[in-house]
Ligand binder design. Structure first.
Ligand SMILES: NC(=O)c1ccc[n+]([C@@H]2O[C@H](COP(=O)([O-])OP(=O)(O)OC[C@H]3O[C@@H](n4cnc5c(N)ncnc54)[C@H](O)[C@@H]3O)[C@@H](O)[C@H]2O)c1
Length: 363
């Protein structure tokens, strides 16, 4: 298979590693476009079989093959134009999260992908397929919770701002015009991908939302720093069978309050809570037993082997292009998930509730 990476920074290196893990190296042809010579040279030093270009359009100018994949791994401000370039070259496109910068761009990309019968994928599915999440899905599928009515999805991180505490050399994360936003645009794609996989909503209402930017004594003053680092929203999910469920969502990358995580679903007959993405592998199932609450906790580990969560977007997308994948996030679902996230921003900004519907879902 032929892969065309756009951007040779941190994330593109993880994609290149995943490609080589997923496919034997003799099956891989890897090209990479990056305008900054130093970044390109470092990438080629790490992956000597890759062919480097200074310009993405030049790299994509050769005739496409049916299973060619373009991977956009640049800062978000250029995702739209580069993903469009990839689709226009006749290739499937896997785009880093966030998919794009606004709703209209997501609609235009989806339209372009569909008109060309190509897949437009988003990398926000990194944590799908995780063993503990599969265990939660199984409890839901077996209706062990009865009717789920509330999900609590809170991740409060004391200090973890990209561009400051994390990857401090990539200051673009702090500049809204380049990143699209702060903690919501950074973590929201993963969180929404997971919530939307668990509950399969056809419509999401954002009933209320707010954002904030707590300050610290190490906030940089030599660059733009205008993104939110704390967000919360109350969401109402509507499923295809007419059911509703409330989602209490909160994320922060910096707080002067206490850090904690709560990931829990409550239903009429039971509840399930699980460890956050990184903190562990346990899932706790609580229910009633003769009038008292009883609970059991099990741990679920991912199979020992080659693939980690950073490899998932590429390996799922390769599977999708070759045949199918239960975890690839593509086309309507990718656009819908992105629009759910943008509706949280819109609600926080306008203080008006917002509604997003999955394209093609029955009314
Ligand atoms: N860093 C992470 O841990 C991480 C994890 C998951 C997803 N992501 C996502 O990956 C994307 C890139 O993040 P990163 O951490 O790799 O950033 P980075 O700063 O390490 O790399 C981005 C690269 O894109 C290049 N670039 C910019 N404009 C370009 C263009 N027009 N054509 C080709 N290359 C161009 C830059 O020169 C840079 O080398 C973002 O959307 C980010 O949200 C990052």
């Amino acid at each position: 298979m032929r892969f065309y990476l756009i951007g040779a920074g941190f994330i593109s290196r993880t994609h290149a590693e995943a490609i080589y893990k997923k496919l034997p190296s003799e099956e891989v042809e890897l090209k990479v476009a990056e305008p900054f010579e130093k970044s390109l040279a470092e990438f080629i030093a790490a992956f000597p079989n890759a062919i480097g270009y200074g310009d993405a359009a030049e790299m994509l100018s050769e005739s496409p093959r049916e299973d060619d994949i373009v991977i956009v791994g640049t800062p978000p401000a250029v995702h739209f134009e580069l993903a469009m370039l990839g689709l226009a070259s006749g290739r499937h496109v896997l785009c880093e999260k966030p998919l794009v910068m606004d709703k209209q761009q997501s609609e235009l990309l989806l339209q372009e992908a569909k008109s060309r019968s190509l897949w437009l994928g988003c990398c926000s599915n990194r944590f799908l397929g995780d063993a503990k999440i599969e265990a939660v899905r199984e409890l839901l599928g077996q209706r062990k919770l009865g009717e789920p009515y509330k999900a609590t999805f809170i991740h409060r991180n004391e200090r973890g701002r990209p561009g400051i505490e994390y990857q401090p050399w990539s200051r673009w994360f702090l500049d809204r015009s380049r990143s699209g936003g702060g903690v919501l645009i950074d973590w929201g794609p993963y969180d929404i991908a997971l919530l939307n996989q668990l509950f399969a909503p056809v419509q999401v209402d954002v009933l209320s939302a707010w954002t904030a930017r707590p300050l610290t004594q190490v906030d940089p003053t030599d660059c733009v720093n205008d993104v939110e680092q704390h967000v919360a929203a109350m969401l109402r999910y509507h499923t295809a069978d007419g059911k509703q469920l409330m989602v209490h969502y909160e994320r922060c990358n910096v707080t002067h309050g206490a850090p904690y995580t709560t990931t829990e679903i409550e239903g009429t007959e039971g509840a399930v809570s699980w460890d956050s993405y990184f903190s562990g592998d346990s899932v706790t199932y609580g229910r009633d037993l003769e009038g008292s609450r009883t609970s059991e906790t099990h741990t679920y580990s991912n199979p020992e082997g080659t693939f980690g969560f950073m490899d998932n977007p590429v390996r799922y997308f390769i599977d999708k292009v070759k045949s199918d994948s239960a975890y690839a996030l593509v086309n309507e679902q990718a656009a819908f998930n992105f629009q759910c996230m943008m509706a949280i921003y819109a609600c926080a900004e306008t203080r008006e509730p917002q509604t997003v519907r999955l394209e093609g879902a029955p009314v």
